[in-house]
Ligand binder design. Structure first.
Ligand code: GLA
Length: 715
């Protein structure tokens, strides 16, 4: 029994109980009497000996075993959303498991199951780590029809026909029973990504989904559940995030007697595929987190997990970038880019990115996508002279690409009309005048890799902004034996291309973009350095977008620009300082037209960039405490993990006459410590700042903001 207490993964064979332990949570499951893994517990640490006898109470013989499944199947008296839906060649539907063993290695638990009759094996996989409360889960399914028939337990005596997988989730999660439930999730659209939505969970099945072939702006594959009593600083919160950048689906089921289970994974309805003998399906990771410190604690635990186990280079400072897309659109010339590069370098920019419009016949969004050769009208000598000058100015050189796309008006489409995702009998939908390349095809994926590899080599590219501006429609794959595979294979091939490029060019850094923030998820964050959060750079709108993004994803990967005023999207006019202060909460960039900024504005910008560089280690690698007051102030407090320094960014978009905001409590500070405000030179005690709060000293007027820096001083 001692083993059950100490190890990250342990098993009590006698009681058929498996226990996963993270620093601040316990997760337990058992093998049910029918051979299916059943959920026992997920939450606060407790004496695991207690779990041995835990059973879900049965209320009547009209209902079957009420213990929730670790991955619901379709056999037995199960009527909720299934996590695994399969159909065998004889038309029989649903798996029926027998438990065949388990394996524990390096914090990974594999529960091994086999169908009682058909050649189907399944592993439910769990990974826990000693430095994170996040539990990673995924599912592996295998057609065992080619296994050795001499094995007496083998199911290979069944004719090895393909098995149809209608849906295979990564994991299903169950909460301890609560008196009530509330669902937090992220919704949005283009220009209004990651809006936090918080609603009472209905007694129903609630489906969060993207059917777009991408993560989507409209729903993000993250959710949090609480009993309706959690707040920013306290309360129990169960949350989960799916590491997948294509279509996905999470079904949350609150049953009429008050139990909540949610099941999630890749693919939306009706994306079925067949598996052949010996073929294996491995789902993406669906990571779950229990946290007892409210929504703030939950976000901090996700950020830390992303930094420790997801982002490729968490230790690196994200460079301050410049990008002229918003200021100049497609109107690129070498001369203008050179002028901008000179001004950008003067303001302290470290990475100069050339956006859309540098290639092919790309004068607007009607033509040229797919033709990744420089447009000679804009760059008569190619991109190299610009790249060289950018490097000479001490900046890195970045380039926008949209490699998964093609315009019908392009040489690529004229040469390879068969490369696009299309159904010959259907009218092809064009969105932003473009079509989708079928990245699931090996030849198309190879062409994309070669094209990007060539661009890096020929132009000394240090950074790609990798865009993806339209969803899948009429998603057919003519001639393919199993066409629905398109959806998942295309995503995996995009991952594969990025991974290979990074391996071939270790210095290359990548920003993920999809019409702004349409492809933000842990799958993408595992292979890009940052994501473009939104095409909306209006600082007032950005406050909400960034707060939603920060529920789960880390500030280091949140690209944020200070742009022109009025905002090209909302037409709101805001001061330069306010625009910078909002963008300084992430990986700072500048998107404004520097050629029309006055000398005073350029100098102010340079000062703000220099200030950002002093705090960016805190912003990008610190511990984030959100600030949101009832009197209209919001912001983020970034604390050094060792408490030595703190940066507090606060924003107040509007002011009411004579309403000075109240001091803002900073619960991230330590009670016994003292801190000096570097601007005023005043020293405060940790107790005062935690309980009474920090006087913000915001200037009068609308769009007031400040960056407040505190350092811990000796007592
Ligand atoms: C998308 C991106 C923008 C910009 C344009 C270029 O909309 O989100 O930032 O790169 O494409 O066409």
């Amino acid at each position: 029994m001692d083993a059950l207490r100490d190890e990250p993964v342990s098993v009590d064979v006698e009681h058929g109980l498996f226990v996963l332990r993270t620093p601040n949570s316990i997760y337990a499951l058992r093998i049910g009497e029918d051979g299916s893994p059943r959920h026992v517990y997920w939450g606060e640490p407790l004496d695991v000996a207690e779990l041995r006898e835990w059973r879900s109470p049965s209320h009547s013989s009209f209902e079957a075993d009420p213990a929730p499944d670790e991955l619901p199947i379709e056999t037995g008296a199960r009527f909720g959303p299934a996590g695994l839906r399969v159909r065998f060649a004889d038309g029989v539907r649903g798996a029926q498991w027998r438990y065949v063993g388990h394996e524990i290695e390096d914090g990974v638990l594999r529960i091994k199951l086999e169908d009682r009759f058909y050649p189907l094996a399944c592993e439910l996989v769990y990974r826990v780590r000693r430095d994170s409360d996040v539990i990673e889960r995924w599912t592996e399914v295998r057609h065992t029809g080619a296994d050795d028939p001499a094995d007496p337990d083998s199911t290979a005596n069944i004719a090895p026909e393909p098995i149809v997988v209608e849906h295979c989730d990564s994991a299903s999660w169950t909460l301890p029973k609560q008196a009530d439930y509330r669902l937090s999730h992220l919704v949005g659209g283009w220009g209004s990504e990651t809006q936090l939505q918080r609603d009472r969970l209905p007694v129903a099945e609630t489906v969060l989904v993207s059917r777009r072939g991408t993560t989507s702006h409209h729903a993000n594959p993250w959710l949090a559940l609480d009993a309706g009593d959690a707040d920013e600083t306290s309360g129990q919160v169960w949350s989960a995030a799916l590491a997948w950048s294509g279509s996905w689906r999470i079904a949350v089921h609150r049953d009429p007697v008050g139990r909540v289970t949610f099941t999630g994974g890749y693919g939306h309805e009706a994306q079925t595929f067949r598996i052949e003998p010996s073929e294996r399906v491995v789902t993406p990771i669906f990571a779950g987190l229990y946290n007892g410190d409210g929504f703030g604690g939950t976000s901090r635990a996700w950020h830390e997990y992303a930094r420790r186990h997801v982002l490729p280079h968490p230790e690196e400072d994200r460079p301050v970038l410049y990008n002229s897309w918003e200021a100049m659109g497609f109107d690129l010339t070498e001369a203008k880019q050179l002028e901008l590069a000179g001004l950008a370098a003067r303001t302290g920019v470290e990475l100069f990115v050339v956006d859309d419009g540098w290639f092919g016949a790309r004068r607007d969004d009607h033509a040229g996508l797919g033709d990744w050769t420089t447009y000679p009208g804009a760059f008569p000598n190619g991109l190299k002279p610009l790249a060289d000058e950018v490097h000479r100015l001490g900046m890195r050189f970045g380039l926008w690409v949209e490699p998964e796309m093609v315009n019908a008006d392009s040489d690529l489409f004229r040469a390879h009309p068969e490369w696009v995702v299309h159904a010959p009998t259907r009218q092809a939908t064009e969105l932003r005048n473009q079509l989708l390349l079928n990245l699931a095809r090996a030849d198309v994926a190879a062409w994309v890799y070669d094209t990007l590899d060539r661009l890096v080599r020929e132009n000394d590219v240090d950074f790609f902004k990798w865009d993806m501006n339209r969803p899948f429609t009429e998603a057919a794959w003519p001639g393919a034996p199993d066409p629905d595979r398109l959806w998942a294979v295309a995503v995996r091939n995009v991952y594969g291309i990025i991974d290979r490029l990074r391996e071939a060019h270790p210095g290359l850094r990548i920003e993920g973009c999809s019409s702004g923030g349409g492809r933000i998820d842990l799958g993408m964050l595992a292979r890009v350095d940052q994501v473009w959060t939104s095409d909306n750079t209006d600082p007032v709108d950005r406050i909400e977008i960034q707060a939603g993004y920060g529920q789960v994803y880390p500030a280091a990967a949140m690209a944020a620009w200070a742009s022109d005023s009025p905002s090209p999207i909302t037409f709101r006019e805001t001061p330069l300082r306010f625009r910078f202060h909002v963008a300084m909460a992430g990986a700072l960039g500048i998107g404004g037209n520097l050629t029309v900024w006055s000398e005073a504005e350029l100098a102010e910008a340079a000062g703000l960039v220099a200030e950002y560089k002093e705090v960016r280690g805190l912003v990008q690698r610190g511990v984030a405490y959100r600030i949101q007051t009832a009197d209209g102030v919001s912001g983020v407090h970034y604390a050094a993990p060792d408490d030595s320094e703190h940066a507090v960014l606060v924003w107040r978009p509007t002011m009411r006459f004579a309403h000075e905001p109240a001091p803002v409590p900073l619960p991230g500070l330590r009670a016994g410590a003292r801190y000096r405000d570097l601007f005023w030179g005043v020293t405060y005690s940790g107790e005062v700042l935690r309980e009474r709060g920090l006087e913000l000293g915001l200037p009068a007027g609308d769009y007031a903001s400040r960056l407040i820096r505190l350092v811990r001083v000796a007592e």
